[in-house]
Design a binder for this molecule. Structure first.
Ligand SMILES: [Zn+2]
Length: 137
């Protein structure tokens, strides 16, 4: 049983579908330990190898925010949720950049730039993207 599981994990890491860059930082031992700890299931949807879903090891706190390649900072995600998490963090960065620009524009009274930033931030609101990041209207 365990032998089969290990085989799946090794196949997963060799798969073209997995972003090697993101897997490189955790060692093979860490990845296996994280998978074992999470019960070989995605921590978001609970699907796993049994359900025919490929698993990925993701960072809880992203590397760009100082997250380390330690077991405590790793989580098991299905490929779908792994991709979703990655793209969501991209939109978060975007929103933060626009908020920063918006504050500068308001301080300097740059009308056009204020309008531009407001339009973008309203689009974030329209699609309920990253609503946990607040901006002062
Ligand atoms: Zn999932």
């Amino acid at each position: 049983m365990n032998k089969d599981r290990n085989k799946s994990i090794i196949n997963l890491n060799d798969s073209q579908n997995v972003n090697h860059k993101d897997l490189e930082d955790f060692t093979q031992e860490q990845k296996e330990a994280i998978l074992r700890r999470d019960g070989y299931k995605c921590v978001i949807c609970g699907k796993g190898l049994k359900d025919g879903v490929e698993l990925d090891i993701g960072y809880i706190e992203p590397v760009r925010l100082g997250g380390k390649a330690i077991m405590e900072n790793g989580q098991t995600l299905c490929v779908e949720h792994s991709l979703m998490k990655k793209s969501l963090s991209q939109t978060e960065i975007g929103k933060k950049i626009i908020i920063r620009l918006y504050k500068i524009a308001k301080k300097e009274g740059a009308e056009k730039l204020i309008e531009f930033c407001e339009d973008i931030l309203k689009i974030y609101e329209k699609y309920h993207i990253d609503s946990h990041i607040e901006w002062d209207k």
